[in-house]
Design a protein around this ligand. Structure first.
Ligand code: FEO
Length: 170
């Protein structure tokens, strides 16, 4: 089902998804330390979502007859200059992930691996959502600037986010 090259890239992307979870949990720790528990909650939920993304790759690799290869994850950045700096970093990270997913899709298409293309399509769509949600919060933070009350209102808003486990169909 997999060429050696595609399997290697799938395993690498599985690592990137788990790495994303680790990174966003580090960011949650930053916001907890900054006494912004609502933004920390948003990041905790994002971290949980990323773990489900990594698990999707794990499941697909196993189901498609590939050998899973769990790889080392580097320590994420724990400290940020400001909430804005943190969201600039996270949006750039999502753009990196989008680029990796697009490369994987190109590889699957070149190899005429249709099952991998269908699997990856979910991630192509998901990355549009991910970049949009990080980008929206980044824009709000830019508008907030040094307005402490604005930051507290954003914190209250982001406290509402709830983790929804994926259904079997997703
Ligand atoms: Fe699963 Fe946010 O990339």
């Amino acid at each position: 089902m997999f060429s050696d090259q595609l399997l290697d890239a799938m395993n690498e992307q599985m690592k990137n998804e788990f790495l994303s979870g680790y990174l966003y949990l580090a960011m949650a720790g930053y916001f907890e330390h900054e006494d912004l528990p609502g933004i920390a909650n948003w990041m905790r939920v994002q971290a949980l979502e990323e773990l489900t993304h990594g698990e999707k790759f794990f499941n697909f690799i196993c189901e498609a007859g590939g050998r899973s290869d769990l790889r080392a994850i580097d320590a994420p950045q724990n400290d940020y200059a400001s909430p804005l700096d943190c969201f600039v970093y996270s949006l750039n990270h999502e753009k990196f992930v989008t680029d990796r997913i697009n490369n994987l899709m190109d590889m699957a298409r070149d190899e005429r691996n249709h099952a991998a293309q269908i699997f990856l399509q979910w991630f192509v769509t998901e990355q549009v959502e991910e970049e949009a949600s990080f980008g929206l919060i980044l824009k709000k933070l830019e508008r907030i600037g040094d307005d402490g009350n604005g930051l507290l209102r954003l914190d209250e808003e982001l406290a509402q986010r709830v983790f929804v486990p994926p259904t079997a169909a997703e």
